[in-house]
Design a protein around this ligand. Structure first.
Ligand code: NAD
Ligand code: GLY
Length: 371
């Protein structure tokens, strides 16, 4: 990957909880990146067994001029560790190091580390500041922005958590050079999502630049991260706590979360499940008469070309559709047990609504391998 010294800043406007998303190459190793954060005597970097050996020393060195002590806690790696037990390791580290209520937490890793660190920051001493330093494409374009934090429950994905905004997000594009190709594809799922729900010109751009994105060319990555963050910042600024509009960011996630929970966390990547979930949600939109077949075919082609699955797994050999429906009832958008889907009701426009069960069953049957 070539690098560039250009830095872009996207603002997220949330009154006294506003912050900047800094996007550029080689940002995390510079002390200047972290100037202007709340004063504190200690920082705790939270990372995992894969990311810490790659980037923790550089981040700790960049933080050293700002804090008397920079501690590190290294969590096990994987979606299956997004649990209470792992969260408690962060609290152990904070308490064992005598961290006070001004201590700043730094989430160094993908969405799993980011979601757990944010939740720890929301609850340690009833709230300490935190900074997101996302190192996956998925985390840079989505999970590090907007303040959704939390952990999984065996019965449902991201079911326990808090809305809690970071002080700063640092998207260092150079960290993506060590990301496995499969994880790049997972990030592309969340990037593609922004097209159908908000910006068809961005979808055109993704189609035209897919090769460069999959090859992690820094100019293409910089544009994709920046535009994704702009769209997400715009939506979150209008509806921080998902009273309505913000739900559109969950396009593909109702089916996707069912896949993740149904297979067992960590079996499919979150991005894989979202990719396949978008195909299912687009099919449902079409069967409800909201978009034409050409739109579904175009989106399915792009998801496939991004290296993502477009055929869903069978979660139950006896009643596959029934199992999907059961899992989707646990979705946070469900109201009184009625499932609500993010659907496309015109290119670049999304809505949230229910659908007849028979139609949802048809979509699941049509979209799952051998069902
Ligand atoms: P992840 O955090 O599991 O990271 C993917 C893998 O890449 C891990 O093995 C990780 O150790 C590794 N990795 C991270 N950075 C690396 C690097 N630079 N080089 C090499 N390896 C690296 O997964 P993810 O896709 O980043 O995030 C998925 C999680 O994010 C899910 O739990 C999902 O629910 C959550 N999420 C949250 C939000 C939100 O708004 N809070 C939005 C979308 C997704
Ligand atoms: N990833 C969905 C949201 O942040 O609302």
């Amino acid at each position: 990957m070539s690098t560039t010294s250009t830095m872009h800043a996207v603002s997220i406007d949330l009154q006294d909880r506003s912050y900047t998303i800094a996007i550029g190459a080689d940002l995390l190793g510079r002390a200047a990146t972290f100037a202007g954060l709340p004063q504190a005597s200690a920082a705790l970097v939270v990372s995992n067994t894969t990311v810490a050996p790659l980037y923790a020393a550089a981040l700790q060195a960049a933080l050293a001029p700002h804090y008397k002590a920079v501690h590190l806690v290294v969590l096990p790696d994987g979606e299956e560790f997004k649990t209470w037990q792992t969260l408690n390791l962060i609290f152990d580290a904070l308490l064992e190091n005598g961290c006070d209520r001004k201590t700043v937490l730094f989430a160094l890793g993908g969405g799993v580390v980011g979601d757990m660190t944010g939740f720890a920051a929301a609850s340690y001493m009833r709230g300490v500041p935190f900074v997101q330093v996302p190192t996956t494409l998925l985390a840079q374009v989505d999970s590090s922005v907007g303040g959704k934090t939390g952990i999984n429950h065996p019965l449902g994905k991201n079911m326990v958590g808090a809305f809690y905004q970071p002080q700063l997000v640092v998207c260092d594009l150079a960290t993506l050079k060590t990301l496995p190709a499969r994880e790049v594809s997972a990030g592309l799922a969340e990037i593609i999502k922004y097209g159908p729900i908000a910006d068809m010109a961005f979808l055109d751009w993704i189609e035209a630049n897919l090769g460069a994105l999959r090859a992690c060319e820094v100019t293409a990555l910089a544009h994709a991260v920046r535009r994704s963050c702009e769209i997400k910042a715009h939506v979150v600024s209008q509806d921080e706590r998902e009273g309505g509009l913000r739900a559109i960011l969950n396009f593909g996630h109702t089916f996707g979360h069912a896949i993740e929970a149904g297979l067992g966390y960590g079996q499919w990547l979150h991005g894989d499940a979202v990719g396949c979930g978008m195909v299912m949600a687009a099919q449902l939109s079409h069967r409800l008469g909201l978009v034409d077949a050409g739109f579904v075919a175009r989106l399915t082609r792009l998801i496939d070309a991004a290296g993502l699955p477009t055929v869903g797994p069978v979660l139950d050999a006896q009643d596959n559709a029934g199992r999907y429906l059961e899992l989707m009832q646990v979705d946070k958008k469900a109201e009184g047990g009625a499932i609500r889907f993010v659907l496309i009701d015109g290119p670049g426009r999304a809505c949230v609504r229910g659908a007849p069960e028979a139609l949802v069953r048809q979509v699941i049957d049509a979209c799952c391998a051998g069902a």
